[in-house]
Design a protein around this ligand. Sequence first.
Ligand code: CP
Length: 291
Amino acid sequence: MQHLVDTTNLNRLQIDYILNDAKEFKIKKPIALLRDKLLITLFFESSTRTRSSFEVAAKRLGASVVHLDPSRSSTNKGETLEDTFANLCAMEPDGVIIRHEENTIPQQLAQMQLTSVINAGAGNDTHPTQALLDLFTIKEHFGDIKGKKIAIVGDIISSRVAHSNIRLLERMGMEITLVAPPSFMPQSNLPQVENLEEIIDKIDVIMSLRAQLERHATPVFENYDEYAKKYCITTELLGDRDILVLHPGPVMRNIDISDAILDDKRCKVLEQVQNGVYIRMAVLKLLFLDS
Ligand code: CP
């Protein structure tokens, strides 16, 4: 039984497999490779992209998908998460795709060894398929990414996208600089700056992140318009530089990225979403057919 809790579960060969399969799926829609498989999606936090992307990916491969809405499940009646999971597993799915606000939940459920567990985002630490789709999008643009320089900008400390990408992109040879105000900067050995302008001439990619207000115990900034003056990715900031702009979504328009840059061909936000389906198809194939 294979799980995907973090990209650290994958060796280099498996990462290359996923990237190659995603590339092939993008060129030619595959046959129903997973037609006898059943997946359950269980999202304890809101999601637009990841949940629908997993469901589209599974259905494109011919799998069946059942969604359990935790807000209408018996967790409301006091059932523990482990019991809910065990009851779902008694229906013999091939995998459960889970999002949860706590960092350790996917690993805890994986250790129960009842079904394959696929992490669709946990706490502020892991979001493996987002990191894989970001890697795919960067490689699609540059080919060889070794030595390419990326600035991760925004609420890094709260971001599972940032932490997953830091682990994966560093491993793949990219050079990462963290750009954030002190309150959004995590403990890290990576280079850190407070102003993106300091490094704008040296970078190939910007990964902009949303301020994750829902994870702040108390408001960090009174006024996000002031924050945006320093951290919003704008036409004035980019000029005509050849810099790829990524964002995992949801984007806070004109705080994270300006309207004009969202319409600029350097901005790959919707390509990331498109690539997410192919990456998740490749992940499902790896977990259910190739292992
Ligand atoms: N990128 C991402 O995780 O988006 P959702 O929260 O909409 O799934």
